[in-house]
Design a protein around this ligand. Structure first.
Ligand code: SF4
Length: 216
């Protein structure tokens, strides 16, 4: 499939649009596949934001966005959001590779008055070979190697009745399972990227793309 065909195969392609009429009052010259044309979805979505299930959560996120825009780092934004929502107990689901950062994060959150329940990715203590992986399929290729257990992390935090869960550096796919199984709403403090110091968006800059050309 050519690159043009792959663009045409998708119903929407905002990433290829430079008009951004959606960010102004202008409704002239909408691209042919502009999502704004799908009014049925948008009307239903407005109703959802205004429903009792989502009203406070959504409007609080807009309030924090307004207060901290270009002012607070994401960690502070997370704290302010949790405070505005009246949460007392936060969950911290973290990767063993970010244990030092998890300790600093838990201390910081506690200093802001929260109870913090933290669960590491290896919390099950289960060997990868128990799930049927051969040694060659493990990262170390020798001896015990614990699985990452995002479903377990989500269940442990649910058992401890956390009200809002923070993800710190879970791997791609593990994070998806955590999102699916978390009982409490989830926010991401950091996305894991061992090559780019947990700043995956750096790979999108032209300079990094040149540097990483054999890895992208
Ligand atoms: S919503 Fe429409 S105007 Fe906005 S970026 Fe997408 S295609 Fe462009």
């Amino acid at each position: 499939m050519s690159e043009k065909d792959t663009v045409l195969a998708a119903k929407y392609s905002c990433a290829d649009c430079a008009r951004h009429c959606c960010h102004s009052e202008s409704r002239e010259h909408l691209p042919a596949n502009c999502p704004m044309k799908n009014q049925e979805i948008h009307q239903n979505t407005i109703d959802e934001y205004c429903s009792p299930a989502y009203h406070d959560f959504y409007f609080t996120s807009m309030q924090v966005e307004k207060e901290g825009y270009y002012h607070w780092p994401r960690l502070r934004e997370t704290v302010e959001f949790a405070k505005h929502m009246g949460y007392h107990k936060l969950g911290l689901a973290f990767c063993i590779g970010l244990s030092a950062e998890a300790k600093v994060c838990a201390d910081y959150l506690r200093s802001k008055g929260f109870i913090v329940s933290s669960v590491i990715c290896k919390s099950s203590g289960i060997d990868k070979q128990q799930l049927g992986l051969t040694l060659q399929q493990t990262v170390k290729e020798s001896g015990f190697e614990g699985i990452c257990d995002p479903i377990g992390q989500a269940r442990l935090l649910a058992e401890d009745n956390t009200e809002f869960n923070i993800v710190l550096g879970l791997c791609v796919g593990h994070d998806s399972l955590f999102f699916q199984h978390s009982q409490a709403p989830v926010t991401v403090l950091a996305a894991k990227d061992k090559i780019l110091c947990h700043n995956p968006i750096a790979a999108l800059s032209p300079a990094a793309a040149r540097y990483l050309k054999n890895r992208l």
